[in-house]
Write a protein that binds this ligand. Sequence first.
Ligand SMILES: *[C@@H]1O[C@H](CO)[C@@H](O)[C@H](O)[C@H]1NC(C)=O
Ligand SMILES: *[C@@H]1O[C@H](CO)[C@@H](O)[C@H](O)[C@H]1NC(C)=O
Ligand SMILES: *[C@@H]1O[C@H](CO)[C@@H](O)[C@H](O)[C@H]1NC(C)=O
Ligand SMILES: *[C@@H]1O[C@H](CO)[C@@H](O)[C@H](O)[C@H]1NC(C)=O
Length: 176
Amino acid sequence: MLPYSAVFALLLAFTAVAHDHPLYPWEITRLVVSGAPYRSEAACYDPLATIAVEIRDPNRYAGVNSSGSDMTQCITKFPYCGPPYNTRFNCTAIPYGNWTFSVSPDEGPDKAYWNVGQNFTLSLRLAIWERGIWFDGQARFSTWESLRGLCSAGGACSFSLREEMAPFLVHQREHM
Ligand SMILES: *[C@@H]1O[C@H](CO)[C@@H](O)[C@H](O)[C@H]1NC(C)=O
Ligand SMILES: *[C@@H]1O[C@H](CO)[C@@H](O)[C@H](O)[C@H]1NC(C)=O
Ligand SMILES: *[C@@H]1O[C@H](CO)[C@@H](O)[C@H](O)[C@H]1NC(C)=O
Ligand SMILES: *[C@@H]1O[C@H](CO)[C@@H](O)[C@H](O)[C@H]1NC(C)=O
């Protein structure tokens, strides 16, 4: 029989390996949404709006070659009509797992449309293959509060993360 303290030390060791404490929040270093507002029925389903997010992950994960400052970029295009809310898109590749993201609208606005400059929630997920774990985090962005931008007379709009809000921290939860 192992003494109680040895068992406790073993348990602690396993816990440390499983959870990689401390877990630092992800950092959104850049976020830009741009595009043109509704023009015509003909262009309604053309994916003319761009959503681009850059994330820095300050964590190192036991058992994989993570640097403690890995970056990924999450970019997709949305049409004005029938936007693919809650559809999971790929971010740029990392060697030890994958990042995916989705966008969902706030309650209230008509979910049939995507307006550049509307409030939205970004859902991020990081899977670590070797470990069979993943992390989920969500961040809500609202125009004027966390995003700033404008539309030109021609109708092209661009909103980006306010400088004083960057990096925007995203608290993630671990799943196994
Ligand atoms: C870990 O990553 C670094 C930087 O990308 C690379 O130089 C190194 O060869 C990698 N090591 C392993 C064991 O994959
Ligand atoms: C996302 O990545 C997966 C796995 O690499 C691939 O099968 C899938 O086609 C990709 N999705 C898109 C929309 O590129
Ligand atoms: C990302 O990795 C997870 C875990 O291995 C896997 O289930 C999922 O299909 C992968 N997604 C993509 C888009 O490659
Ligand atoms: C966007 O969010 C801000 C701050 O939470 C709120 O004041 C504003 O009414 C929202 N806009 C819309 C169109 O819901």
